[in-house]
Design a protein around this ligand. Structure first.
Ligand code: ARG
Length: 576
């Protein structure tokens, strides 16, 4: 089966070549969805300009040829030279029947497949994972699922912050609290409390601060006892992240950890290489790169600090080492960083230096998939009533509790109800993250995300449950519906045409790491299904072939929704 936009693009290219010569075959066919037809092509406008002819005449010549093709029912010129294109019902029906018989539902594997490192989630040890990390985790996990589905080889990189001077105070605090008590506190997710207590002592108690500084030195020097405590701190926090990941159905495992400390042994050599290449220079005692085009407010060149004047390395150095490692050792073709938008300049500078060093090239690319800020419903920074930042596990609990309220009247069996509430609550929370363009912020609003109508997780889950119930009533398995799909009603036709766009929607997610494109597609699909369901009786269809066709179309819709929700990482309850 073929994506309709691609099919039309090919036809327009052929018409361009036939009407105006083969040199025009690769002109952009400019296919867009249209209000007046299925699609519209705007190819005539730029071509007319190039040929020095009237756009409407050029459009007419193209339309005549397009109208002759088997796939197209009508091709009509409108406005200054747009061509409105309507596909043949038979073509759509045959393609939809083909999609039903295709295990991949029309999603074409990437050619050539790439090796992609996706850096996501990346919380900090002994710091509470906040709502921002929740979003990078959820968006990143959907991006890796999509890339893998397209046949790319994906390396998940959870670049957790496990290094830095703050570890001195954290380790000293751990000793003060006692190992066992600290273990319990951290694994329970009382991470903020732990951090804040350490920080308060550091500020108030000079002798504690002094101990902390000595502890940093011991950590950096590789003192065994210090390393043991540090490992303990990491393991405790890891336990907490892992419970969050498991509950959210996130695919990250310990094997995907690529902590900052992993790169420590490479930092000196990275600095040496950059210095030898003349990219990094000593400035005020620090080793700095000055990537071209970055200037401070006063117009002076902006430094990327690689080694501080005291010899210490920082966040940027680690990221330089990570790029070199991912390119040289992991042989990545593409690096995707799913990280908060506030780090944009950091990544721009790091990438610029990596390009200067020749680690990134036209063929080996890096992109910062920036994540916008999640705020509370009042559009202010997300906080609890007491003003501290919100514990992620509490946030998830709240989503699930509220989901249970939404569905409580439908299920008497408490176990079933709890199961569905978990899927609905978590689905709602994840979908709220995924349905908004990743670089725009949004306000986290439980009432909105849990609504059963509109572009929400529960609405999509409900659409799948409704289709399943049709099959239960029909007494057949959705998987056994074979078609053929035939189209008589407008709503049927619209749904079939919509479903054919699945492959294109999945591919679009992979282009710029944008799951909201798939979310939008699934919402449109569920809406088209609702219209179909309201207008076209399935079980009471006028005759057997129509009934069979509508069951097949319903089965195809179910499979597309389930596959799409699976790629977004949204759990789907069987009933709702
Ligand atoms: N740990 C960082 C933070 O919480 C995010 C790390 C992102 N990844 C990277 N390679 N810099 O802000």
């Amino acid at each position: 089966m073929t994506d309709p936009q691609q099919a039309l693009a090919r036809l327009v290219a052929a018409a361009l070549a036939a009407a105006f010569g083969p040199e025009h075959a690769d002109a952009d066919p400019l296919i867009r969805p249209s209000q007046f037809a299925d699609y519209q092509s705007n190819a005539a406008l730029p071509l007319a300009k190039r040929l020095g002819r009237a756009p409407r005449d050029v459009a007419t010549e193209l339309a005549v040829r397009l109208g002759d093709s088997e796939e197209i029912e009508t091709a009509e010129v409108s406005g200054p030279g747009f061509i409105n294109l309507t596909l043949h019902d038979d073509w759509i029906a045959a393609e939809a029947t083909g999609q039903l018989g295709d295990d991949r539902l029309g999603v074409v594997p990437a050619n050539p497949p790439q090796r992609v490192v996706v850096d996501y989630s990346s919380p900090n040890v002994a710091r509470e994972m906040h709502v921002g990390h929740l979003r990078t985790t959820i968006v990143g996990d959907s991006v890796v699922r999509v890339l893998e589905y397209l046949g790319h080889s994906v390396i998940r990189a959870n670049h957790i912050g496990d290094w830095g001077t703050q570890f001195g105070m954290l380790l000293e605090h751990l000793l003060d609290v006692g190992e066992e008590a600290a273990n319990a506190q951290l694994a329970a997710g009382e991470i903020n409390a732990f951090y804040q207590a350490a920080n308060a002592k550091f500020k108030a108690d000079p002798s504690f601060a002094e101990r902390s500084r000595r502890r940093v030195v011991a950590l950096q020097a590789g003192d065994l006892e210090t390393l043991r405590l540090w490992t303990m701190l990491i393991n405790d926090t890891k336990k907490y992240y892992n419970t969050i990941y498991a509950r959210l159905g996130v695919t990250l495992t310990d094997a995907d950890l690529a902590p900052e400390s992993f790169y420590n042994p490479m930092l000196a050599d990275v600095c040496d290489e950059l210095e030898a290449k003349g990219i990094a220079v000593i400035s005020d005692g620090a080793l700095c790169a000055f990537p071209p085009g970055f200037t401070g407010r006063d117009g002076s060149p902006l430094p990327l600090i690689l080694r501080k004047s005291d010899g210490g390395y920082g966040y940027a150095t680690t990221d330089m080492a990570a790029i070199r490692y991912r390119v040289r050792e992991l042989h990545a073709d593409r690096l995707i960083y799913i990280v908060g938008a506030e780090q944009s300049q950091h990544f721009e500078m790091v990438f610029a230096v990596a390009r200067q060093a020749g680690w990134l090239t036209d063929a080996i690319t890096a992109e910062h998939a920036a994540i916008g800020l999640v705020t509370g419903a009042d559009r202010k920074r997300f906080r609890t009533r007491t003003g501290s930042s919100v514990k992620l596990s509490d946030l998830i609990d709240e989503a699930v509790e509220r989901a249970e309220e939404v569905i409580k009247d439908r299920y008497d069996d408490p176990e079933l109800r709890a199961q569905i509430a978990e899927a609905v609550g978590i689905g709602a929370l994840k979908y709220a993250d995924l349905s908004v363009a990743r670089d725009s912020g949004y306000a986290l609003d439980f009432d909105r995300m849990l609504a059963l109508t509109g572009n929400t997780g529960p609405y999509l889950q409900y659409a799948t449950a409704r289709i399943r119930s049709i099959f239960r009533r029909a007494g057949i398995e959705a998987a056994s519906a074979r078609g053929p799909i035939g189209l008589t009603e407008d709503a049927e036709r619209a749904l079939a045409l919509q479903l054919l766009g699945f492959g294109a929607a999945v591919t679009q997610v992979s282009e710029h790491a944008e799951p909201h494109k798939l979310a939008g597609f699934l919402f449109d699909t569920a809406s088209a299904f609702t219209a179909f369901y309201e207008n076209c009786p399935v079980l009471q269809a006028p005759d057997e072939p129509v009934r069979r066709s509508r069951l097949a179309l319903s089965a195809l819709t179910l499979r597309v929704l389930l596959a799409g929700l699976g790629l977004l990482g949204i759990p789907v309850p069987e009933r709702m």
